[in-house]
Design a protein around this ligand. Structure first.
Ligand code: MUC
Ligand code: MG
Length: 367
C-alpha cells in the first residue's frame, strides 16, 4: 500500500456562541479536514484545529505545511511504515496540529486496512469515556445556568472553568457560585491558559481552598520556570501542563523540572503515536493525565474518545469531550451522542469518522 495523495481542506462552521478564555476566543471552527488517500482505495481521515494563540498554527499554515512539505515528503511511502513517516515529519519542528492530524489519519488507515477499530489497536481498555465540559468566560450566574443545563441534558457532572487574565475576584466569584449551585458532588477544576502569575495562582488557590477544586491547568507560562516550580511545590492540588507539553520531550522537561505534576494529553496536537509516548512517560512517573480538548469538532472528539478509552490511565478521569456542543454543525455523518455523561467508542474499522458529503460541500472554503 502506498500514500497517493493528501488533501488538506479548509472549512468553517459557525459557533452557536463564542468560547472565550485567557489566551483567546473562538467564533467559528475554522479547521482543516485531512484526507490521506492510498493506492488501494483506503482513505484516512482526521481533523486539524488551528490554535494560532496557542501554537502559532493557522488554517493557512496547516494547509501550506501539508501541501509544500509533508505531502511531497511522504507521498509514495507505505502508510503502515509510520516510524519512517514520523522520522520524515519530525525533520520539521512544531506544526503540532498538522502532524497530529496526519498521525491520526495514518492510524485510521491501519485500522481500515486491518478491519479493526483503532480503539482496539491502541489498547481497547473500555467502551466509553466520561465527559467533562469546559466553561468559557461568562458572568458567574450564566456559568451556573450552563453547567446546570448540561448536567440536566447530558448528565455531565465534571466542569473545567476557564480563568485568568481578568480581575481575580471574578474568577473566585465564578468558583463560589458554581460550587454553591452545583453542590459538593460535582467535580470542578480550573484552566488559566497562562493568564496568571504564579503568585496570582497561589492567591486564587488560597481564596478557593474550601471549594474542593481538583486540578489547576497551565496557570502561568512554563518559561517562568522558577516561579512555576514554586507554585507546583506550594499548590495543594495537581498543576496540569497543557500548552507547555505538546510533545513527549516537552512533557519530560516539565515533569522532571517540577513545572507541573499532571499532564493534559490532546490527540489533536500529539496524534495517537506521540500521545502514547506521553502516556507511557506519565505512567512510569506515576503522574495523572487528563484527556484535553483543543476545541475539537466531533471528528476530533471521536479521536480523543478512541485514544482515551483505549487505556486505563486516560479513561480514569472525565475527558474534555463536549466543546463540539458550542458549534452549530459538524462534518461527521452520524452525530456524537452524550448520554448519562458518557460518549461511547465506535467499533467501526479505523477511528470511525465518516464525513457527510453535503456538509463538506456546504462548509468547505476552497471551492
Ligand atoms: C484548553 O484546555 O486550553 C483553549 C486553547 C486550546 O488550544 O485549547 C483550549 C482548551
Ligand atoms: Mg488548557
Amino acid at each position: 500500500m502506498k500514500i497517493e495523495q493528501i488533501e488538506a481542506i479548509p472549512y468553517s462552521i459557525p459557533y452557536v456562541k463564542p468560547l472565550r478564555f485567557a489566551s483567546g476566543e473562538v467564533h467559528e471552527a475554522e479547521h482543516v479536514l485531512i484526507r490521506v488517500h492510498t493506492d488501494d482505495g483506503v482513505v484516512g481521515i482526521a481533523d486539524a484545529p488551528p490554535r494560532p494563540f496557542t501554537y502559532g498554527e493557522t488554517q493557512e499554515s496547516i494547509i501550506a505545511v501539508m501541501n509544500k512539505i509533508f505531502a511531497p515528503a511522504i507521498t509514495g511511502l507505505d502508510p503502515l511504515d509510520r516510524g519512517k513517516i514520523h522520522q520524515v515529519l519530525n525533520r520539521t519542528v512544531n506544526n503540532h496540529a498538522a502532524k497530529g492530524s496526519l498521525d491520526i489519519a495514518l492510524w485510521d488507515i491501519v485500522g481500515k486496512a486491518t478491519n479493526t477499530s483503532v480503539h482496539q489497536l491502541l489498547g481497547g481498555y473500555t467502551d466509553s469515556m466520561q465527559v467533562s465540559h469546559m466553561l468559557g468566560f461568562k458572568p458567574a450566574q450564566q456559568l451556573l445556568e450552563e453547567a446546570l443545563s448540561f448536567r440536566e441534558t447530558y448528565g455531565i457532572n465534571t466542569f473545567k472553568l476557564k480563568v485568568g487574565r481578568r480581575p481575580l475576584s471574578l474568577d473566585v466569584e465564578a468558583c463560589r457560585v458554581l460550587r454553591a449551585g452545583l453542590g459538593a458532588d460535582t467535580e470542578l477544576y480550573l484552566d488559566a491558559n497562562r493568564g496568571w502569575t504564579a503568585n496570582e495562582a497561589l492567591e486564587v488557590l488560597r481564596l478557593t481552598s474550601d471549594l474542593g477544586l481538583t486540578l489547576l491547568e497551565e496557570p502561568c507560562d512554563a518559561k517562568e520556570g522558577v516561579s512555576r516550580r514554586r507554585l507546583v511545590d506550594k499548590s495543594p492540588i495537581p498543576v496540569v501542563g497543557d500548552e507547555s507539553v505538546p510533545t513527549a520531550g516537552d512533557a519530560s522537561r516539565e515533569l522532571l523540572s517540577g513545572g507541573c505534576d499532571a499532564i493534559s494529553i490532546k490527540t489533536a496536537r500529539s496524534g495517537f503515536t506521540e500521545a502514547q509516548q506521553i502516556l507511557g512517560l506519565c505512567t512510569g512517573l506515576g503522574v495523572d493525565v487528563v484527556m484535553g480538548n483543543q476545541i475539537d469538532t466531533q471528528i476530533g472528539t471521536l479521536a480523543t474518545v478512541t485514544f482515551g478509552a483505549a487505556h486505563e490511565a486516560t479513561s480514569r478521569r472525565a475527558g474534555e469531550l463536549s466543546n463540539f456542543l458550542d458549534m452549530s454543525d459538524d462534518l461527521l455523518a452520524d452525530s456524537t451522542v452524550i448520554r448519562d455523561g458518557r460518549i461511547a467508542v465506535r467499533n467501526d474499522p479505523g477511528v470511525g469518522a465518516s464525513i457527510d458529503p453535503a456538509k463538506l460541500e456546504r462548509y468547505r472554503q476552497d471551492i
